[in-house]
Design a protein around this ligand. Sequence first.
Ligand code: SF4
Ligand code: SF4
Length: 452
Amino acid sequence: MEAAAATDGRTAAEVGWHVSRYNLMAKVPDNKNVVIANLYKGSCAEYTPIEMFLLSSFDKLAEDHPIIERFARRGVICKLDERAALDALGRASCAGPGGVSLTICPTMGCNFDCPYCFENHRAGKMGEQVQDDVVALAERMLDASGASRLDVNWFGGEPLLACDVIESLSVRLMALAQERGGTYSAGIITNGYLLAQDVVDMLARCKVGSAQITLDGLGAVHDATRHLAGGGPTFERIAANLSGLKIPFKVSVRHNIHEGNRHEVDELKAFVEGLAKESGNDLSYYTATVSGSEVADQRGRQVGLLCGADSVDLSAVQEAESFSSGRGSYCGAHGIWNVGIDALGNLQKCWEAVDKPHLAFGTAHDWDPARPFETSGCADNLTMFLNTACPVPDGECCECVWLPLCVGGCPYKRLFGERRCIPFKDDPERYALALLARLNEQKRSKSAESCG
Ligand code: SF4
Ligand code: SF4
C-alpha cells in the first residue's frame, strides 16, 4: 500500500512537519490499534493500522491531508523544536507569573516518629518576631512579583502542634491578600492525629481548602510505620477523625507504599471510600512510593523500599492517574516565588531541605526578592535550585523521551548526586497502556453519568 502523495503543492515535510521526539507507542492488547501518548502535548489516543501507516509515511503526504491536522492537534507531529521549547519553558518557570507560594512550618516538632521520615525534628514553635517577618516577607514578595494570589501550605513537623501560629498568621496573611484585592488559598499536610472539630473549624475559617493525611495501611499495618513518638498506635484515632468530624474541605489520603504494606492497596482504597460515604466528607485516596532518605539512613530506620517490577507497575499507574492535559509540572524548587520557611524563619527552596539550616538561602527577616541574591545569606543555595529548572544541558536528560514529563527528576536529588529517573523509564509501553486504561475508564464513567 502506498500513501497518497502530494501531487502538486507541498508535502507535509516540505512545510516543516516532523514526528515528535516525545511519542510513546504501544500495541493495544485487544485490537490491532496502537496507542500513542505524546508527552510534550499531553495527549493520548488510539490509532488504527491505516492511521499508523499514514504516520509512517506522513512526510510524503500533501500538507493539507486531513490526517495531518489530527496528528498535529495531538502533538504526534509538530513544527517546532520541542527540546528548545522545553529549555525556554524551564527558564521561564523560574520567575513565571502566577502566585506567591509560601510553605510555612509553624513548628519542626512532630508527635509521630515515622521510620522513613526525611526530617530531623526540633521542638518549639514559630515565635512572634518570626511571624512578623513572614508577613513582611509575603508583602515584599507580592510587591516584587506583582502577583495577586497568595497560596500558603502549612507543613512541618506536624503543623497542628502549633494551631495558634496557624490561626494568627492566617488572619494576617488573609488580610494582606484582601488589602491588595488578591486571592488567598491554603492547604495543610498533617498526620491527622490532632484533628478535632474545633481544629477543623479553625482551619476552615483560615481558608484551608485541602488537606493531605497519610494512612499507611489498615490498623496494625499503619501503626507499624505511623506511630507516636515514644510508641503508640494512631490508626483508630485518625480513621475516627476522618469519619466522625464534619470536614468542609477536601482531604487526600496518601498511602505511602513500601514492602510491608503493598498488599493493602485495594483494601485501603475501599476503606477510604467507605469512610467518605459514611461521613459525607470529601476524601480521596492516592498512592505514593516511599523513597529513601539520608536522615532515615542515619537513624538506621529505612523501611523496605519497593523496587523492580512492583515499583514500576505502581508508579506507572500512579503517574497515569495524575496525567492531565499538560506536560509534567515544574517543581516549586525551581520558582523564585515559591519559598519554604522553617519555624526559625530560615528560607528554603525544597521541602526535603526544610530541616537543614545549612541549605537555607536566607531568612524571612532579610530576604528581599527585589534583590534576591544581594539579600540572600547564601545566594549559591538559591541559584543552585533555580538552575535545576533547565535539565536540557544534562546530556542524558536532553536525549530522554521522558523529559517533558519528568523535567529532570527531583531537583534536590539531582543536586546531591542522585538522578531520580522515572521508575518505569525503560518501559514506555507500560505507561502508554496505563494512560489508555485511565482514559477509557474516565470515558466509561462519563457515559455512565450521562445515562444516569
Ligand atoms: S508525621 Fe510526617 S513529619 Fe512526623 S515523623 Fe511522620 S513523616 Fe515525619
Ligand atoms: S531524570 Fe532520568 S527519566 Fe528524567 S529526563 Fe533525566 S534521564 Fe530522563
